[in-house]
Design a protein around this ligand. Structure first.
Ligand code: URA
Length: 192
C-alpha cells in the first residue's frame, strides 16, 4: 500500500473512531496534512484555524503564509515537506486545544509519523512540542535540535515558536526566522 493510502486509512480511523465528537460536530473538515509523504522534514502545528477548517488543509491562513515565506527563505517549498497538526479539527473560536484533545489525537499523529518516517520533526509552538519533549520550555530550547528515541528509530526534534504567535511580535518573529533559517544547517550536519 502506498503512503497516501495508509494515511487515508488513519483518517478513516479518526472518523470511525469518533475522536473528539464535539470538535468534529462543529468542524467543516478534518484537516489531516499536506505535502510530500516521503518528506524528510515534518512540521507539526497545533490545530486548524478558520481558513484551514474551510479548505481542509493545514497552514493556509495568515500563519501559513508566514510559514511559506520562511520555507522559501530556507530554500524549501511546501511540496518538499509534510505539514500537519496535533489536533485535526478546529477548536471553536481558535481556542487552545485542550489536553484531552491533544491526548486523543496523539496516537493518530504517531501513526502518521510512522508512515512518513521523517528524519526531522519540527514542532511549531508548545502544544506539539510538549509531547516530544516533555517538561521542556520552548523559551529555553527553541531552535535547538534534540535527538529522541521514536519507536525503534532515532529522530531529530527541532522545536520552533508558532508562526501565529510570532506573526505580530517583532522580537519573536525575528527569533523564529533565525531559528528557521538554521534548520537547513541542522539537516546538513545530520547528513554530513
Ligand atoms: N495554526 C496551526 O497550528 N495550524 C494550522 O494549520 C493553522 C494555524
Amino acid at each position: 500500500m502506498d503512503k497516501q493510502a495508509e494515511l487515508d486509512r488513519v483518517q478513516q480511523a479518526i472518523i470511525k473512531g469518533g475522536v473528539c465528537p464535539e470538535l468534529a460536530g462543529q468542524a467543516t473538515n478534518l484537516v489531516m496534512g499536506d505535502g510530500n509523504t516521503d518528506a524528510e522534514i515534518v512540521f507539526i502545528g497545533e490545530a486548524p484555524g478558520k481558513s484551514e477548517d474551510e479548505q481542509g488543509l493545514p497552514f493556509v491562513g495568515a500563519a501559513g503564509k508566514f510559514l511559506n515565506e520562511m520555507l522559501a527563505q530556507a530554500g524549501l517549498v511546501r511540496s518538499d515537506v509534510y505539514i500537519t497538526n496535533i489536533v485535526k479539527y478546529r477548536p471553536p473560536n481558535n481556542r487552545d486545544p485542550l489536553p484531552e484533545e491533544k491526548k486523543a489525537f496523539w496516537p493518530y499523529l504517531i501513526k502518521q509519523l510512522q508512515i512518513i518516517q521523517p528524519k526531522v520533526i519540527i514542532t511549531l509552538g508548545r502544544h506539539s512540542m510538549e509531547y516530544f519533549l516533555p517538561d521542556m520550555k520552548i523559551s529555553q530550547i527553541h531552535g535547538q535540535a534534540k535527538r529522541i528515541q521514536f519507536g525503534d528509530k532515532k529522530v531529530i526534534i527541532v522545536p520552533l515558536y508558532h508562526p501565529a504567535a510570532a506573526l505580530y511580535n517583532g522580537s519573536l518573529r525575528q527569533t523564529l526566522i533565525d531559528d528557521f533559517l538554521n534548520v537547513p544547517k541542522i539537516i546538513a550536519k545530520l547528513e554530513g
